[in-house]
Design a protein around this ligand. Structure first.
Ligand code: URA
Length: 435
Protein backbone atom coordinates (compact mmCIF):
# COMPACT_ATOMS: atom_id res chain seq x y z
CA UNK A 1 0.00 0.00 0.00
CA UNK A 2 1.21 3.47 -0.80
CA UNK A 3 0.41 6.62 1.21
CA UNK A 4 0.66 8.75 -1.92
CA UNK A 5 -2.15 6.73 -3.60
CA UNK A 6 -4.26 7.09 -0.46
CA UNK A 7 -3.81 10.87 -0.43
CA UNK A 8 -4.65 11.00 -4.16
CA UNK A 9 -7.83 8.97 -3.59
CA UNK A 10 -9.05 11.23 -0.82
CA UNK A 11 -8.18 14.28 -2.90
CA UNK A 12 -10.48 12.92 -5.64
CA UNK A 13 -13.14 12.12 -3.04
CA UNK A 14 -12.83 8.35 -3.47
CA UNK A 15 -13.74 6.65 -0.17
CA UNK A 16 -10.88 4.94 1.67
CA UNK A 17 -11.09 1.22 2.44
CA UNK A 18 -10.77 -0.26 5.93
CA UNK A 19 -7.31 -1.60 5.02
CA UNK A 20 -6.15 1.80 3.78
CA UNK A 21 -7.36 3.52 6.94
CA UNK A 22 -5.63 0.93 9.14
CA UNK A 23 -2.45 1.36 7.12
CA UNK A 24 -2.53 5.14 7.65
CA UNK A 25 -3.21 5.02 11.39
CA UNK A 26 -0.68 2.28 12.13
CA UNK A 27 1.93 3.89 9.89
CA UNK A 28 1.48 7.31 11.45
CA UNK A 29 1.73 5.98 15.02
CA UNK A 30 4.83 3.90 14.31
CA UNK A 31 6.52 6.72 12.39
CA UNK A 32 6.66 5.22 8.88
CA UNK A 33 4.23 7.87 7.61
CA UNK A 34 5.71 11.36 8.04
CA UNK A 35 3.86 14.43 9.29
CA UNK A 36 3.80 16.07 5.85
CA UNK A 37 1.92 13.17 4.25
CA UNK A 38 -0.47 12.86 7.17
CA UNK A 39 -1.10 16.63 6.99
CA UNK A 40 -1.98 16.35 3.29
CA UNK A 41 -4.43 13.55 3.98
CA UNK A 42 -6.03 15.44 6.90
CA UNK A 43 -6.52 18.49 4.67
CA UNK A 44 -8.13 16.33 1.97
CA UNK A 45 -10.49 14.92 4.63
CA UNK A 46 -11.31 18.51 5.68
CA UNK A 47 -12.37 19.32 2.13
CA UNK A 48 -14.05 16.06 1.10
CA UNK A 49 -15.35 14.59 4.37
CA UNK A 50 -15.85 10.90 5.06
CA UNK A 51 -18.78 8.54 4.63
CA UNK A 52 -20.19 6.46 7.49
CA UNK A 53 -18.04 3.38 6.77
CA UNK A 54 -14.83 5.43 6.61
CA UNK A 55 -15.77 7.22 9.81
CA UNK A 56 -16.38 4.01 11.73
CA UNK A 57 -13.22 2.40 10.35
CA UNK A 58 -11.17 5.45 11.25
CA UNK A 59 -12.57 5.50 14.80
CA UNK A 60 -11.89 1.77 15.28
CA UNK A 61 -8.35 2.10 13.91
CA UNK A 62 -7.67 4.93 16.38
CA UNK A 63 -9.10 2.84 19.26
CA UNK A 64 -6.97 -0.15 18.19
CA UNK A 65 -3.81 1.98 18.39
CA UNK A 66 -3.87 1.70 22.21
CA UNK A 67 -5.45 0.17 25.29
CA UNK A 68 -9.18 -0.15 25.88
CA UNK A 69 -10.70 0.06 29.38
CA UNK A 70 -12.58 -3.07 30.36
CA UNK A 71 -15.28 -1.93 32.77
CA UNK A 72 -16.97 -5.35 32.93
CA UNK A 73 -15.49 -5.89 36.41
CA UNK A 74 -17.90 -3.23 37.67
CA UNK A 75 -20.76 -5.60 36.84
CA UNK A 76 -23.23 -2.85 36.07
CA UNK A 77 -24.34 -0.71 33.17
CA UNK A 78 -21.87 2.18 33.04
CA UNK A 79 -22.61 5.65 31.71
CA UNK A 80 -20.23 8.37 30.57
CA UNK A 81 -20.67 11.94 29.43
CA UNK A 82 -18.70 14.14 27.09
CA UNK A 83 -18.98 17.85 26.45
CA UNK A 84 -17.49 19.26 23.27
CA UNK A 85 -16.20 22.07 25.45
CA UNK A 86 -17.47 25.32 26.76
CA UNK A 87 -16.66 28.18 29.09
CA UNK A 88 -17.79 27.71 32.69
CA UNK A 89 -18.92 24.16 31.96
CA UNK A 90 -18.67 22.37 35.32
CA UNK A 91 -21.60 20.01 34.73
CA UNK A 92 -19.56 16.80 35.21
CA UNK A 93 -18.99 17.74 38.87
CA UNK A 94 -22.76 18.06 39.32
CA UNK A 95 -24.19 15.26 37.22
CA UNK A 96 -21.76 12.49 38.25
CA UNK A 97 -22.87 12.40 41.93
CA UNK A 98 -26.54 12.82 40.96
CA UNK A 99 -26.42 9.86 38.57
CA UNK A 100 -24.58 7.76 41.19
CA UNK A 101 -27.02 8.71 43.97
CA UNK A 102 -29.87 7.50 41.76
CA UNK A 103 -28.32 4.11 41.05
CA UNK A 104 -26.23 4.81 37.94
CA UNK A 105 -22.54 3.94 37.55
CA UNK A 106 -20.16 6.66 36.37
CA UNK A 107 -16.61 5.37 35.82
CA UNK A 108 -15.23 8.48 34.25
CA UNK A 109 -11.83 9.49 33.02
CA UNK A 110 -11.33 13.16 32.29
CA UNK A 111 -8.58 15.23 30.80
CA UNK A 112 -6.47 18.06 32.10
CA UNK A 113 -7.30 21.33 30.44
CA UNK A 114 -5.21 22.68 27.62
CA UNK A 115 -5.93 26.10 26.14
CA UNK A 116 -8.28 28.53 27.75
CA UNK A 117 -10.33 26.29 30.04
CA UNK A 118 -9.33 23.95 32.84
CA UNK A 119 -10.38 20.31 32.54
CA UNK A 120 -12.49 18.41 35.10
CA UNK A 121 -9.30 16.92 36.56
CA UNK A 122 -7.90 20.41 37.24
CA UNK A 123 -11.15 21.48 38.88
CA UNK A 124 -11.15 18.45 41.19
CA UNK A 125 -7.49 18.89 42.04
CA UNK A 126 -8.28 22.34 43.40
CA UNK A 127 -9.84 20.47 46.37
CA UNK A 128 -7.03 19.93 48.91
CA UNK A 129 -5.71 16.35 48.72
CA UNK A 130 -8.03 15.14 45.93
CA UNK A 131 -6.41 12.28 44.01
CA UNK A 132 -7.31 11.78 40.38
CA UNK A 133 -4.60 9.14 39.86
CA UNK A 134 -6.39 6.13 41.39
CA UNK A 135 -5.07 2.69 40.50
CA UNK A 136 -7.36 0.59 38.33
CA UNK A 137 -8.31 -1.48 41.37
CA UNK A 138 -9.20 1.59 43.43
CA UNK A 139 -11.15 2.99 40.48
CA UNK A 140 -13.28 -0.13 39.99
CA UNK A 141 -13.82 -0.66 43.73
CA UNK A 142 -14.97 2.91 44.23
CA UNK A 143 -17.45 2.75 41.33
CA UNK A 144 -18.80 -0.52 42.71
CA UNK A 145 -19.10 0.98 46.19
CA UNK A 146 -20.60 4.43 45.54
CA UNK A 147 -21.39 4.46 41.80
CA UNK A 148 -18.88 7.14 40.88
CA UNK A 149 -15.16 7.83 40.47
CA UNK A 150 -13.66 10.69 38.49
CA UNK A 151 -10.04 10.13 37.52
CA UNK A 152 -7.41 11.32 35.08
CA UNK A 153 -6.66 9.15 32.08
CA UNK A 154 -4.88 5.90 32.85
CA UNK A 155 -3.29 3.49 30.43
CA UNK A 156 -2.31 4.26 26.90
CA UNK A 157 -5.68 5.09 25.39
CA UNK A 158 -5.90 6.22 21.74
CA UNK A 159 -2.25 7.24 21.17
CA UNK A 160 -3.12 7.77 17.49
CA UNK A 161 -5.58 10.48 18.47
CA UNK A 162 -2.97 12.27 20.60
CA UNK A 163 -0.49 12.33 17.72
CA UNK A 164 -3.06 13.27 15.07
CA UNK A 165 -4.65 15.96 17.26
CA UNK A 166 -1.28 17.62 17.85
CA UNK A 167 -0.73 17.69 14.07
CA UNK A 168 -4.25 19.03 13.38
CA UNK A 169 -3.61 21.80 15.87
CA UNK A 170 -0.71 23.15 13.78
CA UNK A 171 -2.13 22.47 10.30
CA UNK A 172 -5.54 24.20 10.59
CA UNK A 173 -7.36 20.87 10.38
CA UNK A 174 -9.12 20.85 13.75
CA UNK A 175 -12.49 22.14 12.57
CA UNK A 176 -13.48 19.15 10.44
CA UNK A 177 -16.64 17.34 11.51
CA UNK A 178 -15.45 13.80 10.63
CA UNK A 179 -12.10 14.40 12.34
CA UNK A 180 -13.74 15.79 15.48
CA UNK A 181 -16.35 13.01 15.55
CA UNK A 182 -13.79 10.20 15.23
CA UNK A 183 -11.43 11.85 17.72
CA UNK A 184 -14.09 12.30 20.41
CA UNK A 185 -15.77 8.93 19.89
CA UNK A 186 -12.51 6.95 19.80
CA UNK A 187 -11.69 8.27 23.27
CA UNK A 188 -15.20 7.69 24.63
CA UNK A 189 -15.44 4.15 23.23
CA UNK A 190 -11.93 3.25 24.46
CA UNK A 191 -12.92 4.54 27.93
CA UNK A 192 -15.30 1.60 28.07
CA UNK A 193 -18.76 2.83 29.17
CA UNK A 194 -21.90 1.17 27.81
CA UNK A 195 -23.85 4.42 27.47
CA UNK A 196 -22.53 7.78 26.31
CA UNK A 197 -24.24 11.14 26.71
CA UNK A 198 -22.85 13.77 24.34
CA UNK A 199 -23.30 17.42 25.19
CA UNK A 200 -22.67 19.18 21.90
CA UNK A 201 -22.21 22.89 22.47
CA UNK A 202 -23.24 25.43 19.88
CA UNK A 203 -22.59 29.17 19.81
CA UNK A 204 -19.94 31.83 20.28
CA UNK A 205 -18.07 29.84 22.91
CA UNK A 206 -18.11 26.51 21.08
CA UNK A 207 -16.38 24.70 18.21
CA UNK A 208 -19.70 24.55 16.37
CA UNK A 209 -21.00 28.03 15.66
CA UNK A 210 -24.43 27.10 14.30
CA UNK A 211 -27.08 24.49 14.98
CA UNK A 212 -26.82 22.87 11.54
CA UNK A 213 -23.12 22.09 12.08
CA UNK A 214 -23.74 20.98 15.67
CA UNK A 215 -26.51 18.64 14.52
CA UNK A 216 -24.29 17.14 11.84
CA UNK A 217 -21.52 16.53 14.37
CA UNK A 218 -23.97 14.99 16.86
CA UNK A 219 -25.47 12.69 14.21
CA UNK A 220 -22.05 11.48 13.12
CA UNK A 221 -20.98 10.78 16.71
CA UNK A 222 -24.22 8.88 17.39
CA UNK A 223 -23.70 6.77 14.24
CA UNK A 224 -20.15 5.91 15.31
CA UNK A 225 -21.20 5.06 18.88
CA UNK A 226 -24.03 2.82 17.72
CA UNK A 227 -21.77 1.19 15.14
CA UNK A 228 -19.45 0.28 18.01
CA UNK A 229 -22.32 -1.18 20.04
CA UNK A 230 -22.85 1.70 22.51
CA UNK A 231 -26.02 3.49 23.49
CA UNK A 232 -25.67 7.18 22.65
CA UNK A 233 -27.84 10.26 23.18
CA UNK A 234 -26.73 13.74 22.14
CA UNK A 235 -28.00 17.01 23.59
CA UNK A 236 -27.32 20.18 21.67
CA UNK A 237 -26.93 22.99 24.17
CA UNK A 238 -26.42 26.70 23.76
CA UNK A 239 -23.06 28.28 24.50
CA UNK A 240 -23.74 31.92 23.62
CA UNK A 241 -22.71 32.93 27.12
CA UNK A 242 -20.71 31.13 29.81
CA UNK A 243 -22.60 28.47 31.74
CA UNK A 244 -23.36 29.69 35.26
CA UNK A 245 -21.46 32.64 36.70
CA UNK A 246 -18.10 31.22 37.77
CA UNK A 247 -15.19 30.48 35.43
CA UNK A 248 -11.96 29.00 36.81
CA UNK A 249 -11.05 25.82 38.63
CA UNK A 250 -11.86 26.32 42.33
CA UNK A 251 -14.51 28.93 41.48
CA UNK A 252 -16.29 26.32 39.36
CA UNK A 253 -16.12 23.69 42.11
CA UNK A 254 -17.68 26.24 44.46
CA UNK A 255 -20.51 26.88 42.01
CA UNK A 256 -21.07 23.14 41.53
CA UNK A 257 -21.41 22.85 45.32
CA UNK A 258 -23.99 25.67 45.24
CA UNK A 259 -26.05 23.74 42.69
CA UNK A 260 -25.76 20.54 44.74
CA UNK A 261 -27.04 22.62 47.68
CA UNK A 262 -30.18 23.42 45.67
CA UNK A 263 -28.98 26.97 44.90
CA UNK A 264 -26.85 28.53 42.16
CA UNK A 265 -27.62 29.92 38.70
CA UNK A 266 -30.77 28.68 36.99
CA UNK A 267 -29.12 27.95 33.58
CA UNK A 268 -26.51 25.68 35.14
CA UNK A 269 -29.10 23.89 37.26
CA UNK A 270 -31.40 23.36 34.24
CA UNK A 271 -28.68 22.03 31.92
CA UNK A 272 -27.32 19.75 34.68
CA UNK A 273 -30.80 18.33 35.39
CA UNK A 274 -31.27 17.54 31.69
CA UNK A 275 -27.87 15.87 31.30
CA UNK A 276 -28.30 13.77 34.45
CA UNK A 277 -31.84 12.77 33.43
CA UNK A 278 -30.84 11.58 29.96
CA UNK A 279 -27.86 9.67 31.40
CA UNK A 280 -30.16 7.89 33.84
CA UNK A 281 -32.73 7.27 31.12
CA UNK A 282 -30.08 5.46 29.08
CA UNK A 283 -28.87 3.23 31.88
CA UNK A 284 -32.16 2.55 33.71
CA UNK A 285 -34.69 2.52 30.84
CA UNK A 286 -37.08 4.54 33.03
CA UNK A 287 -39.38 7.21 31.67
CA UNK A 288 -37.73 10.61 31.26
CA UNK A 289 -40.34 12.70 33.13
CA UNK A 290 -40.24 10.34 36.08
CA UNK A 291 -36.43 10.47 36.14
CA UNK A 292 -36.38 14.26 35.92
CA UNK A 293 -38.54 14.44 39.06
CA UNK A 294 -36.15 12.07 40.83
CA UNK A 295 -33.15 14.15 39.78
CA UNK A 296 -34.71 17.34 41.15
CA UNK A 297 -35.53 15.61 44.44
CA UNK A 298 -32.03 14.18 44.59
CA UNK A 299 -30.56 17.67 44.42
CA UNK A 300 -33.06 19.38 46.69
CA UNK A 301 -32.84 16.69 49.39
CA UNK A 302 -29.04 17.02 49.60
CA UNK A 303 -28.57 13.38 48.52
CA UNK A 304 -26.42 14.32 45.54
CA UNK A 305 -24.24 16.62 47.67
CA UNK A 306 -23.70 13.77 50.14
CA UNK A 307 -22.57 11.52 47.27
CA UNK A 308 -20.17 14.21 46.06
CA UNK A 309 -18.69 14.47 49.57
CA UNK A 310 -18.32 10.71 49.73
CA UNK A 311 -16.46 10.72 46.43
CA UNK A 312 -14.17 13.51 47.62
CA UNK A 313 -13.45 11.62 50.88
CA UNK A 314 -12.74 8.32 49.12
CA UNK A 315 -10.41 10.04 46.65
CA UNK A 316 -8.39 11.57 49.48
CA UNK A 317 -9.82 15.08 49.29
CA UNK A 318 -10.55 17.32 52.24
CA UNK A 319 -14.32 16.95 52.66
CA UNK A 320 -14.47 20.12 54.78
CA UNK A 321 -13.93 22.11 51.58
CA UNK A 322 -17.30 20.85 50.35
CA UNK A 323 -19.15 21.64 53.59
CA UNK A 324 -17.39 24.97 53.87
CA UNK A 325 -16.28 26.29 50.44
CA UNK A 326 -14.77 29.35 52.15
CA UNK A 327 -11.78 27.07 52.79
CA UNK A 328 -10.71 27.17 49.11
CA UNK A 329 -7.65 29.44 48.93
CA UNK A 330 -8.43 32.87 47.52
CA UNK A 331 -6.58 34.50 44.64
CA UNK A 332 -3.89 36.96 45.67
CA UNK A 333 -5.34 39.69 43.48
CA UNK A 334 -8.82 40.67 42.41
CA UNK A 335 -10.11 43.52 40.30
CA UNK A 336 -13.47 44.73 39.07
CA UNK A 337 -14.81 45.46 35.60
CA UNK A 338 -17.32 48.35 35.71
CA UNK A 339 -19.99 49.16 33.11
CA UNK A 340 -19.26 52.30 31.09
CA UNK A 341 -22.95 52.98 30.54
CA UNK A 342 -26.37 51.77 31.64
CA UNK A 343 -28.55 49.28 29.73
CA UNK A 344 -29.35 45.63 29.19
CA UNK A 345 -26.66 43.06 28.43
CA UNK A 346 -27.57 41.87 24.95
CA UNK A 347 -24.57 39.70 24.06
CA UNK A 348 -21.50 38.09 25.62
CA UNK A 349 -18.64 36.90 23.45
CA UNK A 350 -17.99 33.64 25.25
CA UNK A 351 -14.77 32.81 23.44
CA UNK A 352 -13.18 36.14 24.41
CA UNK A 353 -14.28 35.66 28.02
CA UNK A 354 -12.68 32.20 27.92
CA UNK A 355 -9.45 33.68 26.57
CA UNK A 356 -9.40 36.35 29.31
CA UNK A 357 -9.86 33.63 31.95
CA UNK A 358 -7.00 31.67 30.36
CA UNK A 359 -4.72 34.69 30.57
CA UNK A 360 -5.63 35.13 34.22
CA UNK A 361 -4.15 31.64 34.76
CA UNK A 362 -7.13 29.25 34.51
CA UNK A 363 -5.71 27.05 31.74
CA UNK A 364 -2.34 26.03 30.37
CA UNK A 365 -0.68 27.10 27.16
CA UNK A 366 1.72 24.16 27.26
CA UNK A 367 1.17 20.76 28.86
CA UNK A 368 3.86 21.37 31.47
CA UNK A 369 2.52 24.78 32.61
CA UNK A 370 1.42 25.10 36.26
CA UNK A 371 -2.22 25.88 36.72
CA UNK A 372 -3.53 28.63 39.01
CA UNK A 373 -6.48 27.03 40.80
CA UNK A 374 -7.58 30.36 42.27
CA UNK A 375 -7.71 32.28 38.98
CA UNK A 376 -10.88 33.07 37.11
CA UNK A 377 -13.88 35.29 36.66
CA UNK A 378 -17.17 35.73 38.50
CA UNK A 379 -19.81 37.25 36.27
CA UNK A 380 -22.09 39.64 38.12
CA UNK A 381 -24.28 40.14 35.08
CA UNK A 382 -25.38 37.90 32.23
CA UNK A 383 -27.44 38.45 29.09
CA UNK A 384 -30.80 40.04 29.77
CA UNK A 385 -29.66 41.67 33.04
CA UNK A 386 -29.89 45.42 33.53
CA UNK A 387 -26.72 47.21 34.53
CA UNK A 388 -26.27 50.75 35.87
CA UNK A 389 -23.34 52.88 34.70
CA UNK A 390 -20.45 52.16 37.07
CA UNK A 391 -21.97 48.90 38.31
CA UNK A 392 -19.72 45.81 38.51
CA UNK A 393 -20.00 43.57 35.46
CA UNK A 394 -17.50 40.99 36.68
CA UNK A 395 -14.69 40.32 39.14
CA UNK A 396 -11.37 39.01 37.82
CA UNK A 397 -9.14 36.85 40.04
CA UNK A 398 -5.50 35.91 39.64
CA UNK A 399 -2.58 34.92 41.79
CA UNK A 400 -0.14 35.72 38.95
CA UNK A 401 -1.07 39.26 37.89
CA UNK A 402 -1.73 42.26 40.05
CA UNK A 403 -2.17 44.49 36.98
CA UNK A 404 -5.31 43.43 35.14
CA UNK A 405 -6.02 46.66 33.21
CA UNK A 406 -5.58 45.15 29.74
CA UNK A 407 -7.61 42.04 30.61
CA UNK A 408 -10.38 44.22 32.04
CA UNK A 409 -10.52 46.10 28.71
CA UNK A 410 -10.60 42.80 26.80
CA UNK A 411 -13.43 41.60 29.00
CA UNK A 412 -15.41 44.81 28.41
CA UNK A 413 -15.06 44.37 24.65
CA UNK A 414 -16.78 41.00 25.00
CA UNK A 415 -19.91 42.55 26.51
CA UNK A 416 -22.58 44.30 24.47
CA UNK A 417 -24.98 46.64 26.26
CA UNK A 418 -28.16 48.02 24.66
CA UNK A 419 -30.79 50.50 25.80
CA UNK A 420 -33.69 48.18 24.93
CA UNK A 421 -34.29 44.80 26.54
CA UNK A 422 -34.21 42.01 23.94
CA UNK A 423 -36.81 39.25 24.06
CA UNK A 424 -35.08 36.32 22.37
CA UNK A 425 -31.88 35.96 24.25
CA UNK A 426 -29.73 32.93 23.67
CA UNK A 427 -29.65 31.64 27.23
CA UNK A 428 -27.82 28.38 27.92
CA UNK A 429 -30.30 25.55 27.54
CA UNK A 430 -30.87 22.29 25.71
CA UNK A 431 -31.98 23.13 22.17
CA UNK A 432 -32.32 19.68 20.68
CA UNK A 433 -32.10 16.00 21.65
CA UNK A 434 -30.85 13.40 19.18
CA UNK A 435 -30.87 9.64 19.67
N1 URA B 1 -12.11 17.50 21.11
C1 URA B 1 -11.55 16.33 20.79
O1 URA B 1 -11.37 15.47 21.64
N2 URA B 1 -11.20 16.12 19.51
C2 URA B 1 -11.40 17.04 18.55
O2 URA B 1 -11.07 16.77 17.41
C3 URA B 1 -11.97 18.26 18.89
C4 URA B 1 -12.32 18.47 20.19
Amino acid sequence: MDMLDIIRSKKKNIPLSKKEIEFVIQGYVNGTIPDYQMSALLMAICFNGMNYKELLNLTIAIIDSGDVMDLSKINAVTVDKHSTGGVGDKTTLIIAPIVAALGGHVAKMSGKGLGHTGGTVDKLESIEGFRTNLSEREFFNQVKKIGVALISQTGNLTPADKKIYALRDVTATVDSIPLIASSVMSKKIAAGSDCILLDVKVGSGAFMKDIKEATELAEKMIQIGKGAGRKVVALITNMEEPLGKNIGNSLEVKEAIEILNGKGPEDLREVSIEIASYMLMMCTEKNLDEIREEVIKCIDSGKALERFKEMVRLQGGNEDYISNPELFPKAKYEDYVYADYAGYISKMDTETIGIVSGKLGVGREKKEDEIDYTAGIILNKKTGDYVEKGEILATLYSSKFSDMEELKENFKEAIEIQKEKLDNLNKSKVLKVLK
